[in-house]
Design a protein around this ligand. Sequence first.
Ligand code: G3P
Ligand code: CA
Length: 283
Amino acid sequence: MNGDDLVRLIFLLCLIVSPIVATAANNNDGKVEIIAHRGASGHAPEHTMEAYQLALEQGTDYLELDLQMTKDQKLVAIHDDRVNRTTNGRGKVNSLTLAEIKQLDAGSWFNQKFPEKAKPYYNGLSIPTVDEVFRAFGTSMNYYIEIKKLQPFPEMADELLKVLRSYQLIGTQAEKGKVVIESFHPETLKYLRRKAPELVLIQLGEKPAKMNLSEISGYADGVGPNYLNMNKQFVKTAHLHGLIVHCWTVNNETDMIKLINWNVDGIFTNYVDRARKHVGALQ
Ligand code: G3P
Ligand code: CA
């Protein structure tokens, strides 16, 4: 065998072995869902229509929305219970009316904080209502909605169900998994299980080791742990309890690859573009 033959042989071996290596790297039976955490919030102001639109363009499976309720009981997408961090206003969301909330600029802070990512059209963006999000993205998008612990209970859950039904995102016509509800608050999830059994429910947790998986499997479909506190064994144990595992918030590509290889079922990320490279490659 001369030198050229040897090179050809090595090349052929690489062609044969590479798919085996790629397959062995990941054992997921199903899909790894990409959940756009507060939209494409690594690139655009979180929880704005621009951030959601960009997440869609980057190939997200779900748009994540954190909900708060205004003084006049409208549901808006904003993470904090105050508007201070992500707008030019001050005060608690539940002490402001929707009309007052709509006056606020939810984009300029991002341009000031991240000048390298700034876009002139981010200035003046508003906090969206859930209505606006569902109207814009409709039933072709999937939604991953968080009801925070410090909420009016059960008013917020009831209002959300009303809006979801009005857009046919839940109910007999809706596809299972179109809407996932996540919460740190077990009572909210238990309430939703009774009121809308078709919803997929995820129990969030900061410390996976403290999550009672047997109990959670009685009222939820999965767990949403902070991946920084999670190990591979937790994923296996959760799966043995029949629970899916969607972990947050994974922005580093090395971590994404590691978690995909641990067989997680979904990852929350501010960088859908980064996740999409690896989810597509490893599945
Ligand atoms: O929503 C999952 C996880 O991201 C919870 O944390 O604070 O970003 O809503 P937070
Ligand atoms: Ca959240």
